[in-house]
Design a protein around this ligand. Structure first.
Ligand SMILES: *Cc1c(COP(=O)(O)O)cnc(C)c1O
Length: 369
């Protein structure tokens, strides 16, 4: 607390990001970054953009990048919004669409922990809707009057995906009251057996925006695009929703996406061959590790993402996370009801995951627990 803070800042409960260690001695499986490098074409595009023109402001409308996204995903450029990471796009969506009317915003009790933070920042009353026993989102629970709906598909940190028709049913129900449904598809590319619908993934609702004017899908290049360090995310939805996001952006920062990010992101979105390749590798590793954990008696929820959510019967999640840290492996533990026994483990390279398996075996059998 500080005497200098206003009451809005006093009340905030900020998000706590996963640890980014400054030395390279850890196998880093705690923030769902891609273990593979971005496309060489991305690096080349950034090199080209890193020149004299940096003295000029970037294109505030991200015209070229939006055109590339629109072409790739078969929508119109005016149905695309680009932001400084999808976290910014989500923050703008909360500001633009939620907090209206007399019913609360709905999101799952176990989900991306930034949602309650944004709701707090923008004063949007919200209600957490419990996941079913098997940690799936029960879409029928969202067929109620609301101030809007947001969920990730696949959900985080469970990794479980929802069939696209269910997401669309939620949009149809909420559309009757003109409530906005935001589907955060940060992990969409990793769904099922591999990339479909371009890099959107088989569960993506983005191809259906023309039928659901109240549906906004949100995407990031941080996970699939191996560009967490570049900060580029985007939304796909109808023009009125996109214009709402633009109004918030232009009331906050007209130039959130710099020249290097616009150039790099456009090259990434266009290089589907490269990204389909590394995405398939991550998916193959994910399934291999799930099977190996199963043989060790460690439960892993089904995953449509580039991470797995695991628990070891009778072992405390926080204790296991600490034991893995001692062995040089960082994973994410959430000290929250219902999931305190679980660890979220990002999928690394095959050799990183072999190290992870070795560390788990030692931690479970080696008497540290
Ligand atoms: C990682 C993540 C994001 C944020 O991605 P950025 O584009 O890096 O800001 C958004 N939503 C979910 C569910 C995520 O896991």
């Amino acid at each position: 607390m500080s005497v200098y803070w206003n009451s809005r800042v006093e009340k905030l409960e900020p998000y706590v990001p996963g640890e980014q260690p400054r030395d390279g001695k850890f196998i880093k499986l705690n923030t769902n970054e891609n273990p593979y490098p971005p496309s060489p074409r991305v690096i080349e595009a950034i090199r080209q953009a890193a020149g004299e023109l940096l003295r000029l402001y970037p294109d505030p409308e991200c015209t070229k990048l939006r055109r590339v996204i629109a072409e790739q995903y078969q929508v119109r450029p005016d149905q695309v919004f680009v932001g400084n990471g999808s976290d910014e796009v989500l923050a703008f969506a909360f500001a633009a669409f939620f907090g209206n009317g007399d019913a609360p915003l709905l999101f799952p009790d176990i989900t991306y922990s930034f949602y309650p933070v944004y709701a707090g920042l923008w004063d949007a009353p919200f209600r957490r809707v419990p996941l079913a026993e098997d940690f799936r989102i029960a879409v029928k629970d969202y067929f109620v009057k609301s101030g809007g709906v947001i969920f990730p598909n696949p959900n985080a940190p469970t990794g479980i995906g929802m069939p696209v028709h269910e997401a669309l049913e939620a949009a149809a129900f909420q559309g009757k009251d003109n409530r906005v449904v935001v589907v955060d598809e940060a992990y969409g590319a990793f769904a099922g057996k591999g990339p479909e619908k371009g890099m959107l993934g088989s569960l993506s609702a983005a191809p259906f925006i023309n039928d659901y004017p109240n549906l906004l899908t949100v995407h990031t290049l941080s996970k699939m695009g191996a560009l967490a360090g570049l900060r580029a995310g985007f939304a796909i939805g109808n023009e009125a929703l996109i214009q709402g996001l633009c109004r918030v952006r232009d009331s906050f920062n007209s130039y959130p996406v710099d020249r290097l990010a616009q150039a790099g992101a456009a090259a990434a979105v266009a290089d589907t061959a490269y990204y389909a390749g590394i995405t398939r590798k991550v998916i193959a590793t994910r399934e291999r590790i799930r099977a190996a954990l199963d043989r060790l008696g460690i439960e892993a929820l089904p995953s449509d993402a580039n991470f797995i959510f695991i628990r070891c019967p009778g072992k405390d999640g926080a204790v296991l996370a600490d034991a893995l840290r001692e062995k040089g492996v960082l994973v994410r533990h959430f000290n929250k009801e219902r999931i305190a026994d679980f660890l979220r483990v990002s999928i690394g390279t095959d050799s990183e995951m072999d190290e992870f398996l070795r560390a788990v075996k030692e931690a479970v059998n080696g008497g540290t627990l």
